[in-house]
Design a protein around this ligand. Sequence first.
Ligand code: GMT
Length: 379
Amino acid sequence: MKIGIVCYPTYGGSGVVATEIGMGLAELGHQIHFISYKRPARLISFHENIYHHEVTPVDYPLFEYTPYESALTSKIVDVVKYSNLDILHVHYAIPHAIVAYLAKSILQSEGINIPIITTLHGSDITLVGKDKTFSPVVTFSINQSDGVTAVSEHLRNETLNNFDITKEIKVIYNFIDFKRFHWTNKNHFKKMFAPENEKIMVHISNFRKVKRASDVVKVFKEVHDRLPSKLLMIGDGPERPNIERMCREVGLCHEIRFLGKQDAISEILAISDVFVLPSANESFGLAALEAMACKVPVISTNIGGIPEVNIEGVTGFLSDVGDIEDMARNTLKILENPELHESFRNNAYLRAKQFDLKKVLPIYENYYLEIIENYKISI
Ligand code: GMT
């Protein structure tokens, strides 16, 4: 198949998922055309079946807001036309689903037909999408997609409960590429951060408010009062300055390292003892699954789709949003008991194995074929 993939190219989960689906399908012999405003962050190596088409909106003094959607639409029209795509898969509804609909309509006017699949990821439904500035467009564009997928049961239900949806939504879970995410012994590397063999807690996010990264510091403070430990904060985003200030205020700067955006996530996870995800909302929690693939138990909230990934008392623990005491107590339960820690590590790994990319790719492949077939019958 010749597949177009539209996504955000940044370090966020939807871009990661889109890129890894594309890379996986390219390995299986499909021709993949990524369309985004920058090369996707996870698209790190060359592959003969992978093409990238960059969207470059033109600026003009009249525009207060550069019309990115128009530039993206034109790029999609071009790529579908000249690369003869069979299907277009867009990730994150805003604005990609409506842009895909527009591109499809333009192409139809020229006698070219292409089906569209929209994958819903999270805040495109639960936070931004619900806002009335966007909701009519989100509803319409989901209903106009030929196929719709959501990354968890929870997100599927949220979509059906909050929007007037006439389309079937198929749940296809996020996944792990075990070629890249696996546990390796990196004890020498661990010494850089924990010279006295302190326990390492880790958090990875884009530091948006919804991630409640300040709760990570609060949990860490409680744990640190009881146990020699270090905290690694990976990623970057709007809340980072506030959280760095908070670390200074609680006098823990020397124990907390902000490493910024990193590519070598699996290497950092390999030296970590526990992953903390205190989000106020999370449709799936890909970062937690990546930690589990590297044998790191997860301390998380019990919100959204997280319970579909992290299993209470097996792969980690789940607490109510903002319940610092409970999260700290649970972290200590794991870190102070080596046997329990080891069994949680193994459970986390086995659970992550259930989300192996190798199992998920054929689901996408078959879904593409089904949508292409149905579309052919409908036109
Ligand atoms: O919704 C977002 O925050 C953006 C999105 C992204 O691009 O990072 O994240 C969502 O999609 C991920 C991949 O499917 C999920 O693992 C995240 O849970 C989800 N984030 C939220 O629901 C807040």
